[in-house]
Structures are given as C-alpha cells and as structure tokens.
Design a protein around this ligand. Structure first.
Ligand code: SF4
Length: 304
C-alpha cells in the first residue's frame, strides 16, 4: 500500500482500512496542528489508488467501510472524488460507507447537488475538524473560517443528506472562562446535528504555533475542574435525537462515550460525581501544557 507518513485517522476509525488519495494537507495552517507540516500536499495518481485497491482486495475479505487519507481529501473536486469512489465500488461492491477528513472550506466549492451526487455513489460520510463555535477561538486556531460559515456549510450537508462527524475543543477560551464556549458549542451541535461528535481538551505541543500564541498571550489554561464543568454544561444543553458522543480522547479529564440522548443523563451524573470525588488540589490544577491531560478514574467508577 502507498502511505506517505505521517498518516492519521480519527480514533473511532481504528478498525477501518485506509486508502491514501492525497499526501499531507492542502491547508496546513491550523495553529495547533503540526501533523503534516513537513509533508508537501500531493494528489495520489490514479495508478497508485488502483494498485492499492487491488492489494486491499487481495487482503481483505469483506470491506463495509473505507476511510480515505490524508489531512483533507475532500479538497479534491467532485469529479475526482467520484472517480475514486467508482474504483472503490468496483473492487468492493459491498462497501457501504466511504469517509474522509474534511477542512470546512473544502465544502465551499461543492454544491448541494455535488454532495447528493457523491452520496448517491457511496461517499456518504465526512469528518470535519470544526473545533469551536466561537469566532475568537477559530481565529486563535487559524482555522480560516468563522462560525456563520460552519452553520452554512453544515446546512448544505444536511440538505444533501450527507452524514458528518465533528469535533469540539474544550477549554479553548482559557482564563477560567467556559460558559460561553459550552453554550455556543451546544447550540451549534443542536442545530447542525452531526451523527457523531467528539471532544478533546485544549493542548498544545511545544514548538507548535499555538504553544507560542498561548505563551505570548499569557493564556491561563483551564483547570481540570473547569474542563469537567464545561463538559457538563455543554452536554446538559444538548437536545440531540440520535448522536454518538465520543469523548474518549486522552486529553479529556474523564473518558466517556455513549449515545445521546440515551446515555446523556448517566454521563452528566458521573461527571458531576467526579467533581465531588476528585481532590480539590487536582480540580484546581490545569493539565500540564504540552501533555494530554486525562486523569485516572477511581477503580469503582462504573458502580458510582
Ligand atoms: S485542516 Fe486538519 S490536517 Fe490541515 S492543518 Fe488543519 S487540523 Fe491539520
């Protein structure tokens, strides 16, 4: 298989076979992300894609789902994506879901009709790194778009019936603030209704642009207690009908996942209990900057 390292995929796609259709990321400017900094963007020639599909067919007996890599394959034109999907389905007629990462501006050049067309071919899910529903946070992350564009583009996806997942970064306002963030993120989720959303907590690696920004701004990272409180506020405000919450990222204070609304009350209840169980010294402390900051759950947390 042709893979140009590094290759990333969402944690919840860990069992999904990967097909490389691009190298690197066409945008490559997000301040927290250095994943593809040293990798020039390149579109895989169709001969490479074809050879990989042939190899995959010889090693995988049944392939219901395929994830295209790397950073933002949805930047490819509708025609190019359709050409790739056609080859995928040729080799894997059983494939029900084709998905990939998408940087929100990848959607600007795709009409609702384009999205419907791709969906009809089998390209029916995308994963968007939205990060936040607050403009100042999006600016700090150098995402290249604002919240009104998120609503507009996700509206197009919903109109086309294209499923999407998205992520939210908690603690991104820092300085002890989180009410505005929790409310704005919940409002966005309630409106655009992803089939899945996942959370991470703000972390920045030394050497990343974001790390420098936070150091320059004298930004105070939110504490474990504030991160948990933000998660409680956001989850409490959600009115979703059928969405999977994937909160298992190691940067989150407490890892949880579950279906919303079925598991919503249980998750919120346990988070609230953690605020009473964890020692105050821990709750008042921010995760160490530059490290993913999960804390250990008590052994008996499932019985709580
Ligand atoms: S669009 Fe995604 S892969 Fe590209 S720089 Fe931003 S976070 Fe990284």
């Amino acid at each position: 298989m042709h893979y140009t390292p590094p290759v990333f995929r969402p944690a919840f796609e860990e069992n999904t076979p990967l097909l490389q259709v691009t190298d690197g990321c066409s945008y490559n400017k997000c301040s927290f992300c250095s994943m593809y900094r040293s990798v020039p963007f390149r579109v895989s020639p169709m001969e490479e894609v074809e050879a990989d599909l042939y190899e995959l067919r010889n090693s995988v007996r049944f392939l219901p789902r395929l994830f295209l890599v790397n950073g933002d394959p949805f930047v490819l034109s509708t025609e190019k994506l359709a050409q790739i999907v056609e080859r995928v389905i040729y080799y894997f007629p059983e494939c029900e879901t084709i998905s990939c990462f998408c940087h929100l501006p990848n959607l600007y050049r795709k009409s609702v009709e384009d999205l419907k067309y791709l969906r009809s071919l089998g390209f029916n899910q995308i994963n968007i790194g939205i990060e936040s529903a607050v403009d100042s946070v999006l600016d700090m992350f150098h995402k290249g778009y604002h919240v009104d564009e998120v609503y507009e583009q996700c509206g197009k996806l919903n109109e086309a019936g294209m499923e999407f997942s998205m992520n939210i970064i908690m603690g991104a306002l820092g300085n002890g603030e989180y009410h505005e963030l929790a409310a704005a993120n919940a409002k966005l989720l309630n409106t655009v209704k992803p089939y899945l959303f996942f959370t991470t907590s703000l972390y920045s690696l030394p050497g990343s642009e974001l790390y420098e920004i936070l150091e320059r701004q004298d930004f105070q990272d939110n504490t474990y207690g504030q991160l948990i409180a933000e998660e409680i506020e956001m989850l409490s405000a959600l009115k979703l009908e059928h969405t999977y919450y994937y909160g298992l990222h190691p940067s989150n204070p407490i890892p949880f996942d579950g279906m919303l609304p079925e598991d919503q009350g249980k998750i919120i209840g346990i988070l609230k209990q953690m605020l009473t169980i964890f020692p105050e010294a821990l709750l008042n402390k921010p995760p160490e900057r530059g490290h993913e900051g999960g804390v250990l759950l008590p052994d008996n947390w499932q019985e709580l």
